[in-house]
Each structure stands twice: as C-alpha cells, then as structure tokens.
Design a protein around this ligand. Structure first.
Ligand SMILES: NC(=O)c1ccc[n+]([C@@H]2O[C@H](COP(=O)([O-])OP(=O)(O)OC[C@H]3O[C@@H](n4cnc5c(N)ncnc54)[C@H](O)[C@@H]3O)[C@@H](O)[C@H]2O)c1
Length: 313
C-alpha cells in the first residue's frame, strides 16, 4: 500500500524540494500549509494523483486533526524560520514553533511517526566549538530556543529529530537569507563587498541532500526513532572566508575583502560532527562549489516578482 506522508509547511524552501522527491518515490503526500509564500512552489507535481494540498494553520487544532487523520508519517516543517522573523513577532514564533508542535504530538495516534525539522541554531555558542548530538544546547535566539523546545516535544512520542546544517542551493521556493545563497546573490549584485567575522566556522548542506535526509529518515525510521541526528557532512564544515573564496573562484570579477568592523548577529562559530548519521549510511552528495555554481547561473535571471518571495522578513 502507498505510504501516506503529511508535510506541514510543505510549500516552503525545504518542502518544495522534498515534496516532489516524495511524489517521485511514490509516496502519497498531503501538504498542510498556510502558503505564506504561495503554492507556486509545488506546481511541478500538480498532476500527481498522490498529491493533496490543504490550506491550514498548524495552530488550528480541528483542521490539523482532519489533515492528520489517515497519515502514517508526519514531516513537521511548518515554522517561523530564522532569528529575524522570530524576533519580529515573538508571539507568532512561540505559538507556531512550540504550541503547534505540541498540538501535533497531542493528536498523533500510537501508530503515527513524526520527523521534526530542527536546526544547528539550537546549539548556540559552543565553548570548545565542536558539537556532537550530546553537546548541551544553549540557543542564543528565540528561533533556536523554540526549535529546541519543539525537539523535546517530539521526543515524547519517540520522533526522529533532524538537526540540519545551514542549507544552500536552489529550491522552487527560494530563500536568499541563508549564508551561501545570500553571499552569492551579494557577489552578483554588488561585485565588491566586505565580510566581517570571516573566520567564523559554519556547517552547510545542499537543499537536495536535506530532502534526501527526510526520505532516509522515513526509510530508516525504526532504527532512528527517539533520537537526534546532526544532518550534514564532515566535508561541509567551512569558515565564512572559505565560502567567500569558493564564490570568488566562480566569479573572478568579484572582490570580497575581510573586515574587522561589524559583528555577526548569528554568533555560531562551530564545527559539527556528522558521524552518527553517516554510520547509518547517510552522506551528502552535493558540494558547496556545485551549489554556488547553480546559484550563480540562476540568480541573475530571476524575476523581481520572484525575488520578493525569497525573504522571510
Ligand atoms: N532552511 C534552513 O537552513 C533550515 C535549517 C534548519 C532547519 N530548518 C527548519 O526546517 C523547516 C522548514 O524551513 P524552510 O527553510 O523550508 O522555511 P520556509 O519559511 O521556506 O517554509 C515554512 C513553511 O511553513 C509555512 N507555515 C508557516 N506558519 C505556518 C502555520 N502556522 N501553519 C501552516 N503552515 C505554516 C509557510 O507558509 C512556509 O511554506 C523549519 O521548521 C525550519 O526551522 C530550516
């Protein structure tokens, strides 16, 4: 029988790459989303008899219950995403990222399985700068703390928690507020700019590998359940300056220099271990250089109308 997956927030940056991948793999998919950024991102699977769209709010218990009724897996992506969007409306961030996660878990039946989309932002500033899944969480923002709370709630029902690296690359609903996407766009537009705190170490993952990780979690749910996994690759830990150098290689006419003026509001400076998920057999396949190449190829030709939908605040 076809496995039925509910994807909350399925029309967003991750969802719009993940949902077509699930459809392609013959899953039955229900997308439950407020469509804050429209539903155009899912047009590529519009003809599939296995796709259902529901416009709904994860904070609306009655509507949520109906959408959850006959699904086997819930991939919970819907959220107010990133520290700027959460700081702009903290109440909306708490009710969406925490209370709605509690509503989902409360309404799950014992056979349903949940995969929660968490983030490396939960770690915050790490004293020794090296994280494994056992490293205590000390989030620095409401975004990070609300996602850390979401993790705890999903653990109560033995869910799989994926702590994703910072994503890059092109998706049907694009986000340009993510570090590699943002710097690539800046390099194309401004040609010359400075980066501050360029020695900060971050960790990255291409959007297609993110989608593969969710599919991998469905396929390996029984061994992964009840646990947290950092999702990324050991070869995808880089400093901001490394990223700038990759961009300069792809766009030699662009000049990026290091500056001592300014601080990064995102204080994360860490290296993350991906040994746990690698040992289960998951490894990213797309490099940062490949992602920068696709960004540089597509970004100059996107319409202004499309670009408007790429910012979360
Ligand atoms: N993009 C990243 O780098 C990244 C990294 C780690 C974790 N995550 C997590 O992955 C998830 C998805 O992130 P994204 O980048 O796709 O974000 P996104 O903002 O592109 O997508 C979020 C989707 O959720 C929907 N949504 C928001 N509030 C809703 C509500 N109340 N009810 C129903 N739908 C609602 C929006 O309409 C949107 O389609 C989030 O939980 C985020 O915390 C993202």
């Amino acid at each position: 029988m076809t496995t039925h997956v509910l994807v909350t927030g399925g029309a967003g940056y991750i969802g719009s790459t993940l949902v077509p991948m699930l459809i392609e793999k013959n899953y039955k998919v229900t997308v439950y989303d407020l469509f804050n950024f429209g539903s155009e991102s899912l047009l590529s699977c519009s003809l599939s008899p296995n796709l259902t769209l529901i416009k709904g709010d994860v904070r609306d218990e009655e509507s949520l219950k109906k959408a959850m009724a006959d699904v086997e897996y819930i991939i919970h992506l819907a959220a107010i995403v990133g520290y700027p969007a959460c700081s702009k409306d903290p109440e909306l961030a708490r009710t969406t990222n925490i209370d709605a996660t509690r509503l989902i878990v409360k309404n799950m039946n014992p056979h349903q399985k949940i995969i929660f989309s968490s983030t490396g932002s939960c770690y915050g500033a790490i004293p020794d700068g090296f994280c494994t899944e056992e490293t205590p969480l000390s989030p620095l923002s409401l975004y990070g703390s609300s996602k850390a709370e979401g993790e705890q709630i999903c653990k109560e029902v033995n869910g799989v928690i994926l702590r994703l690296a910072t994503i890059f690359g092109i998706s049907q609903r694009l986000r340009l507020d993510l570090l590699i996407n943002d710097l690539s766009y800046k390099a194309l537009r401004e040609k010359q700019f400075e980066v501050y705190e360029s020695h900060f170490r971050r960790t990255f993952l291409h959007i297609k590998d993110v989608a593969r990780a969710f599919v991998f979690s469905i396929e390996n749910y029984d061994v992964m359940k009840g646990q947290v996994y950092n999702v990324g690759g050991d070869s995808l830990n880089f400093t901001k300056w490394d990223i700038c150098n990759f961009i300069k290689e792809a766009l030699p006419e662009c000049s990026i220099t290091q500056s001592n003026n300014g601080t990064d509001a995102d204080k994360r400076d860490y290296k993350v271990s991906y040994e746990k998920i690698r040992k289960l057999g998951f490894e990213p396949v797309i490099t940062v250089q490949e992602g920068i190449r696709e960004l540089i190829m597509f970004l100059p030709h996107l319409s202004n109308e499309y670009i408007k939908h790429t910012k979360n605040v």
